[in-house]
Write a protein of this length. Structure first.
Length: 319
């Protein structure tokens, strides 16, 4: 049987497809997303507490490099094979180079349930992979736009606004803040919060995935078959990107749990941080297409099919 939280996603997806009146109030969804990202950060910080001297800089740099390379490779694929315009190709590449906090939460629950080995710094992968793709693709858009306009480079103010937008987004603040707090206080200092936040992590995740199922159904109905190339891209790309994460994890000689997390993050696409940054910085981009691909197709493909398959691949390779 799949993890119980997957059943909640399936319930939300089914309810949305049959057009049920079930819905999660926006205020509750906002609260759930805040608590989920904060809890993920705290869990990572607690894992790092007392282990920061063992951090391997090469490992962290390699993870950041992966986050930079994925969107740069996907952008020409989206332009030439999926036949999107440059702006939409850059937008969607940024979404796929960035990562899904929801997918991370699900794979982390899978790893903990199966007892796979994790390095303490594994939670940092979420933070390290969320930002680089957004920043590099927004810079690329500014650069290409200014070059087309006959300018030498994008204005410095624009570059600063891009960095500010990425670094101060809600997800980044909560994740980084949670990591710092968890690292400073450790399990003992966070003991008063453990029963509510850490003990209730799966409950938060289940309710969050229920809403994600409802949203996925809404994004996919009706399914825009005229965008069949994008639909195929969104369904196939996760499995290719997962192997990129597995390859980097094997090269770094990570334990099987950390490899699985890196594979899942590489295969995922952002539907929280990237849409907010792209909408603010590239208003002409079609965010609907990005959400259709990342949330409508890739997220359910990963949650329902991909993660168990990636786990099987990792266990086979590391056996």
């Amino acid at each position: 049987m799949p993890d119980i939280v997957i059943a909640f996603f399936a319930l939300g997806l089914l309810a949305g497809l049959v057009k049920s009146d079930l819905k999660v109030p926006p205020a509750i969804y906002e609260t759930l997303s805040i608590l989920l990202m904060l809890t993920l950060g705290l869990k990572g910080g607690m894992a790092l507490h007392g282990h920061t001297q063992n951090l391997v800089i090469t490992e962290l740099v390699a993870v950041v490099a992966l986050g930079l390379l994925i969107p740069l490779v996907l952008s020409p694929v989206l332009t030439r094979l999926v036949r999107l315009g440059r702006t939409d190709a850059i937008s969607i590449a940024a979404h796929y180079g960035s990562v899904s906090a929801g997918t991370f939460a699900v794979v982390l629950a899978m790893v903990e349930k199966s007892g796979m080995t994790l390095r303490p710094e594994t939670t940092l992968y979420l933070v390290l992979l969320e930002l680089p793709a957004i920043v590099v693709m927004l810079w690329l858009h500014r650069y290409l736009s200014s070059k087309q306009a006959g300018q030498d480079a994008a204005p410095t103010a624009h570059k600063s606004s891009v960095l500010h937008e990425a670094l101060t987004s809600r997800g980044v603040v909560l994740l980084v803040g949670g990591v710092v707090i968890g690292w400073l206080y450790g399990p003992t200092g966070l003991a008063p919060l453990t029963p509510v936040l850490l003990g209730g992590f799966k409950t938060l995740l289940a309710l969050f995935l229920l809403e994600m199922g409802l949203v996925t159904a809404k994004v996919c109905l009706p399914l825009p078959l005229q965008q069949w190339r994008l639909l195929v891209f969104a369904a196939v790309t996760p499995f290719i990107l997962a192997w990129c994460g597995i390859g980097v994890g094997l090269w770094l000689e990570l334990p099987e749990g950390s490899i699985l997390v890196l594979a899942a993050l590489s295969a995922s696409a952002s539907y929280i941080a990237a849409p907010a940054a792209i909408r603010a910085a590239i208003p002409e981009a079609n965010i609907g297409l990005a959400m259709l691909a990342s949330l409508g197709i890739t997220f359910p493909v990963n949650v329902l099919i991909g993660l168990p398959l990636y786990q099987h691949w990792v266990l086979q390779i590391t056996a």
